[in-house]
Design a binder for this molecule. Sequence first.
Ligand SMILES: NC(=O)c1ccc[n+]([C@@H]2O[C@H](COP(=O)([O-])OP(=O)(O)OC[C@H]3O[C@@H](n4cnc5c(N)ncnc54)[C@H](OP(=O)(O)O)[C@@H]3O)[C@@H](O)[C@H]2O)c1
Length: 378
Amino acid sequence: MPEAEVEAKKNGSSRKKKKDALGWMEWLRGWLYVIYEMLFQRILASHLQNPLPLPPVNDLTCIVTGSTSGIGREIARQLAESGAHVVMAVRNTKAAQELIQKWQEEWSGRGLPLNVEVMELDLLSLDSVARFAEAWNARLGPLHVLINNAGIFSIGEPQRFSKDGYEEHMQVNHLAPALLSVLLLPSLIRGSPSRIVNLNSVMHYVGFVDTEDMNVVSGKRKYTSLFGYSSSKLAQVMFSSVLQKRLPAEAGINVLCVSPGIVHTNVARDLSRVVQAAYHLIPYFIFSPQEGSRSTLFSATDPQIPEYCELLKADDWPVCAFISQECRPTNASEEAHNIETSYKVWEKTLEMTGLPSYAVERFLEGDEVKCRYGAQQV
Ligand SMILES: NC(=O)c1ccc[n+]([C@@H]2O[C@H](COP(=O)([O-])OP(=O)(O)OC[C@H]3O[C@@H](n4cnc5c(N)ncnc54)[C@H](OP(=O)(O)O)[C@@H]3O)[C@@H](O)[C@H]2O)c1
């Protein structure tokens, strides 16, 4: 067991009172941070070019989830136009095929045809996630960058559960990408040095994860879509931090989280008409999808990122690298530094996604790992 994990467990058993929510100062600081980013993101990111110039990516194979809309669509297009092999992992394959056709037509005459393909992936089904990983790993090819972009924020909607029985924000934004990241390790090992880039959010600063109530059904707190979204994003940071620690430097795989900023996309599709209208009236403060794609593209391709991630690991920093919308390393929320909860989130996530506790270590040894979902049922 890694030293940090032992330490976290020791601290946990010596701690008397379990934390039930964010402290109000923590919560207030979190909201101030969210408002600050919303008001000043354009000024803070004014040093960045748009589109962001990318280093050579011709040798990279990148999977981008949820690339039929918003930030993911921009990420996929720009990576493809810069020469990468892009796999659009999407639930609507027809929409993705139509996009590819459009991009190829627009690109025609500017260079070789774009190297983009489509594979089906529905994050609301853990079977679909496992089948996707199985199909990709079966190719025995390398994967250099996994971009976990797909996400939902069902603003104002009632609580909903996936057919796997999990609250939908938690499943789409955290559990399914976590399962995908672990199951794709064999391909990421083949592609090493490789990266897992998770599209996170400043909203994780106001999130809180109760590992005994990941579905928010115990009645201890009232479910709101805001709570569902922010806690799923915090869970992602916590899981990513433990995954990064579990991957030895020799594996050459780094895990990081990134904030795209506040971006004008379909993520607001569930907002009421009135709020949507207001959203459209404040374009100055809100990034376009192209602007919102910069921090992810930076995290996926910048040559200094692996060194930075390894430095954090060597320093035993409790959180994985977190890159801000202005493409700078930033600090994740105070709660994300709670190592004890991070390890609980790790354990709970493996349990909920049907992965054995030794999954990562087995993959690193080159062994097969069976998962409860997909064709490989145990
Ligand atoms: N926009 C913002 O201000 C903002 C801020 C912080 C973080 N983010 C994060 O950025 C990421 C991208 O969001 P966006 O703003 O670009 O929103 P978006 O335009 O709504 O795009 C989300 C993408 O996720 C896909 N998706 C949703 N549910 C899925 C499922 N069950 N299986 C597979 N794919 C699914 C959607 O597919 P369809 O095209 O088929 O609907 C869509 O392509 C999300 O993780 C979001 O949380 C966004």
